[in-house]
Design a protein around this ligand. Structure first.
Ligand SMILES: [Zn+2]
Ligand SMILES: [Zn+2]
Length: 96
Protein backbone atom coordinates (compact mmCIF):
# COMPACT_ATOMS: atom_id res chain seq x y z
CA UNK A 1 0.00 0.00 0.00
CA UNK A 2 1.30 3.46 -0.75
CA UNK A 3 3.31 2.24 -3.71
CA UNK A 4 0.13 2.06 -5.68
CA UNK A 5 -0.40 5.80 -5.52
CA UNK A 6 3.18 6.85 -5.94
CA UNK A 7 3.82 8.92 -9.03
CA UNK A 8 5.79 7.29 -11.82
CA UNK A 9 9.43 8.33 -11.83
CA UNK A 10 9.89 11.72 -13.45
CA UNK A 11 6.24 12.37 -14.04
CA UNK A 12 5.06 15.96 -13.88
CA UNK A 13 1.83 17.80 -13.43
CA UNK A 14 0.56 20.30 -15.97
CA UNK A 15 0.32 23.83 -14.58
CA UNK A 16 -2.64 24.62 -16.76
CA UNK A 17 -4.94 21.62 -16.49
CA UNK A 18 -3.34 19.62 -13.64
CA UNK A 19 -3.08 16.55 -15.80
CA UNK A 20 -0.28 14.22 -14.88
CA UNK A 21 2.09 13.61 -17.75
CA UNK A 22 4.85 11.10 -18.23
CA UNK A 23 8.49 12.01 -17.81
CA UNK A 24 9.22 11.71 -21.51
CA UNK A 25 6.41 14.11 -22.47
CA UNK A 26 7.86 17.56 -23.12
CA UNK A 27 4.41 19.09 -23.15
CA UNK A 28 1.01 18.32 -21.72
CA UNK A 29 -0.77 15.61 -23.68
CA UNK A 30 -4.06 17.34 -23.01
CA UNK A 31 -3.53 21.07 -23.50
CA UNK A 32 -0.04 21.17 -25.10
CA UNK A 33 1.34 23.40 -22.38
CA UNK A 34 5.10 23.06 -22.18
CA UNK A 35 6.54 21.08 -19.33
CA UNK A 36 7.49 23.47 -16.54
CA UNK A 37 11.21 24.04 -16.46
CA UNK A 38 11.78 22.12 -19.64
CA UNK A 39 14.35 23.59 -21.96
CA UNK A 40 13.14 24.32 -25.50
CA UNK A 41 14.11 21.58 -27.88
CA UNK A 42 17.43 22.46 -29.51
CA UNK A 43 17.09 23.07 -33.21
CA UNK A 44 19.09 20.78 -35.45
CA UNK A 45 20.22 23.50 -37.85
CA UNK A 46 21.83 26.79 -36.85
CA UNK A 47 19.02 29.27 -36.34
CA UNK A 48 20.63 32.16 -38.22
CA UNK A 49 21.44 30.20 -41.33
CA UNK A 50 18.10 28.46 -41.49
CA UNK A 51 16.22 31.70 -40.92
CA UNK A 52 17.99 33.60 -43.67
CA UNK A 53 17.43 31.00 -46.36
CA UNK A 54 13.83 30.28 -45.46
CA UNK A 55 12.83 33.92 -45.12
CA UNK A 56 14.42 35.05 -48.36
CA UNK A 57 13.01 32.30 -50.48
CA UNK A 58 9.52 32.65 -49.16
CA UNK A 59 9.15 36.35 -49.81
CA UNK A 60 11.13 36.65 -52.98
CA UNK A 61 9.14 38.15 -55.79
CA UNK A 62 8.34 35.92 -58.72
CA UNK A 63 10.72 36.46 -61.60
CA UNK A 64 9.79 39.58 -63.55
CA UNK A 65 6.94 40.58 -61.32
CA UNK A 66 6.21 44.27 -61.07
CA UNK A 67 4.44 46.49 -58.62
CA UNK A 68 1.75 48.91 -59.69
CA UNK A 69 2.74 52.55 -59.11
CA UNK A 70 -0.87 53.51 -58.53
CA UNK A 71 -2.23 50.88 -56.18
CA UNK A 72 0.90 48.94 -55.21
CA UNK A 73 -0.60 45.60 -56.24
CA UNK A 74 1.99 43.11 -57.39
CA UNK A 75 1.39 41.88 -60.90
CA UNK A 76 2.81 39.03 -62.90
CA UNK A 77 5.55 39.59 -65.43
CA UNK A 78 3.28 38.90 -68.36
CA UNK A 79 0.60 41.34 -67.23
CA UNK A 80 0.81 44.59 -69.24
CA UNK A 81 -1.76 46.29 -67.06
CA UNK A 82 -2.42 46.21 -63.34
CA UNK A 83 -4.94 43.52 -62.55
CA UNK A 84 -6.53 45.79 -59.94
CA UNK A 85 -6.66 49.29 -61.40
CA UNK A 86 -5.81 48.68 -65.06
CA UNK A 87 -2.88 51.08 -64.99
CA UNK A 88 -0.22 50.40 -67.58
CA UNK A 89 2.89 48.58 -66.52
CA UNK A 90 5.62 51.16 -65.81
CA UNK A 91 8.03 51.28 -68.70
CA UNK A 92 5.89 49.04 -70.83
CA UNK A 93 5.64 50.03 -74.45
CA UNK A 94 2.00 50.51 -75.29
CA UNK A 95 1.35 50.33 -78.97
CA UNK A 96 -0.95 53.04 -80.28
ZN1 LIG B 1 -2.40 20.48 -19.53
ZN1 LIG C 1 -2.82 49.17 -59.82
Amino acid sequence: FGDKFKKPEGSWECDACMLENKAQDSKCVSCQTAKPGAAPAPSTAPETQRGLVGFGDKFKKPEGAWECDVCCVQNKADALQCVACQSNKPGAKVEP
